[in-house]
Design a protein around this ligand. Sequence first.
Ligand code: SAM
Length: 196
Amino acid sequence: MKSVEFFERQYQQQVAKGEFALNLFEEAVLPYLSGGVLDLGCGLGNLAIAAARKGCAVTALDGSLTAVDRVNEAANRLGLPLAAYQIDLSSFDIGDDYDNIVSIGLLMFFPQKTAHAMLADIVRHTKPGGMAAINVLIEGTTFVGALESGKHYLFGKHELADAFKGWEILLSRHDELPAPENTLKKFHTIVARKPV
Ligand SMILES: C[S@@+](CC[C@H](N)C(=O)[O-])C[C@H]1O[C@@H](n2cnc3c(N)ncnc32)[C@H](O)[C@@H]1O
């Protein structure tokens, strides 16, 4: 998994330097979380840890062993209701239902069919009255970075909104961020509540 190898290297450096901070998408999603949380592609777990600190029971999944070890170390040290597991999410079925399912910056690393299947799984496994929070790269992104040629998927600008049709949209924002070598990252972030 090229995407996991890319982040594994990055996380080793961040852990060594003690660089742990919520990114702007995690900051935006955190206030909406309460109850049980599944964090798909948790990375260094800054959101998972912050959610657990405010009382959420969090299951955090990622392919990076450095990330998972860091999350579990912090959870144990701080006595938080949080457990992280290393797993390949490109072939993963969610299984249980959750109050909140979060996936920030993950789905675009999968081929289109897999990305759509996981999005549908998230829709299915969010409890009625619960919330899904998704952030993806969208069309117009020119940054390549950890994206594997021919195996990634840039979402359409309105595709997440279409996936959550009939849900209450609590947050929807498009962001454009400059990336290395004069490239661009275009994101869509959505937080939506499932009808009861
Ligand atoms: C852009 S980072 C986002 C991390 C975190 N959600 C955040 O906002 O900082 C993408 C994450 O997805 C994970 N990832 C990518 N492909 C994966 C796969 N096939 N299985 C498990 N994790 C994967 C990477 O290890 C990385 O932690």
